[in-house]
Design a protein around this ligand. Sequence first.
Ligand code: AMP
Ligand code: ZN
Length: 461
Amino acid sequence: MDTRTRAVEEIRPAIAGLLTVYACGPTVYRYAHVGNLRTFLLTDMIRRTAEQSGLRVKLVQNITDVGHLQDDTAIDSTGEDKLLTAARAENKDPFTIARFYEAAFHADLALLNIRPADAYPRASEWIDSMIRLITGLIEQDHAYVGTDGSVYFAAQSFPSYGALSGNRLEELRAGHREDAETLAAGKRFHADWALWKSAGAQREMVWDSPWGPGFPGWHTECSAMSLELLGTSIDVHTGGIDLRFPHHEDERAQSDSFAGREVVRHWVHGEHLLFENRKMSKSSGNVVLVSDVVARGHDALALRLAFLQQRYRQQANLSWDAIAGADKLLTRWRGLVAEWAESASKPMCADYSAELREAFENDLDTPQAIQVLRRLEKAELPAGSKLETFLWVDHYLGLDLAREIGKAPVALPAGAQAVLDERAAARTRKDFAASDRLRDELATLGVIVKDTSSGQEWALS
Ligand code: AMP
Ligand code: ZN
């Protein structure tokens, strides 16, 4: 679903055979919660579906380690950088915090079989490129230095502002600062936003620039890094629905003004995830992490399946019951795949595979694909054909449906899979103390693990 045209559009890459994708990544001041991961999974599903239809995919996902302020939802944001706040709370250097949560983000992606991007540019390492972008925008009269020394984008210089969110400049005035306050803030027009913020009293995470010491505004990084790494025509740009405004609206204005063309061909936004009917937020105490799912004894991929049971473009309400249900379904499918693997392989079920492909290509109708698989598992068809169809569809689903093949008849004792998953995660984030503790825990369950170059292997003691 294309946010700008508000219609389902066929994606035809600008360069034949190559799909370029830019995904807004995490702000690395805390662990990603499962809502964030639902949005990251959206990009993975676009990528996998494109690859299945024969495209090569070039994917860039940024790491926001500077510039995302506490109150970035208002158009003229104020407040402290999220990383500096976290650094103060944890009494650590902001970049130590950033690298820690960046590693945790990669570990979470790995647990959910979200395949890595081609590049993960860190905002803090692309300041020069942001300065070039801002300089270009000033030269073209799209930006100006405000009376407070910050550089602002002149919203009125971009006539199609509002195309993504429907927020017109005049309407934005209501509820925002009065003119006197706008001017006091250093800018000329209420809806202008900072591309570069003057450091003021801030000492950490500050860089030199032609406009004096300061730091980039949050929206600046995505324009600069996407233009430089993917060029002035980007096929797909993803993010969660909250990023539509102001982040993407402002990014579009910046990139298009700089490049002199519509840079992003398709904006795709994932709707939000609720948990047990509530918005996930620290203040309401219902932030759920992948580690919480694993700690409850679930396979992390049950979470992936639970997400896929709902369509990305609809708000989804996740619950512990839904995750448990998905875990059961996943176990059943893996068991069936292992059972079918004992029969001779047969060609895929053509009708079913066509229906499945259509579901994915129809704006990622993953719930429909899962319905088709539920029918297929019960269909009167040769086991070898069902096997091949399930193995093939797993390229889209990423659920490790073949995991049990070859393991039968040895079954893990209850709860051991969760400990194994947790240990794999600990090893990914190089937490060897936790890894050793979990190895001992497995031993008490009667499971011995061995670490190999392709991950951990287990046997019953
Ligand atoms: P952040 O780390 O806060 O910058 O967010 C990373 C990504 O997660 C962004 O694309 C957000 O739009 C997305 N996001 C934040 N909250 C949710 C939620 N509850 N459900 C789905 N996506 C979310
Ligand atoms: Zn972004």
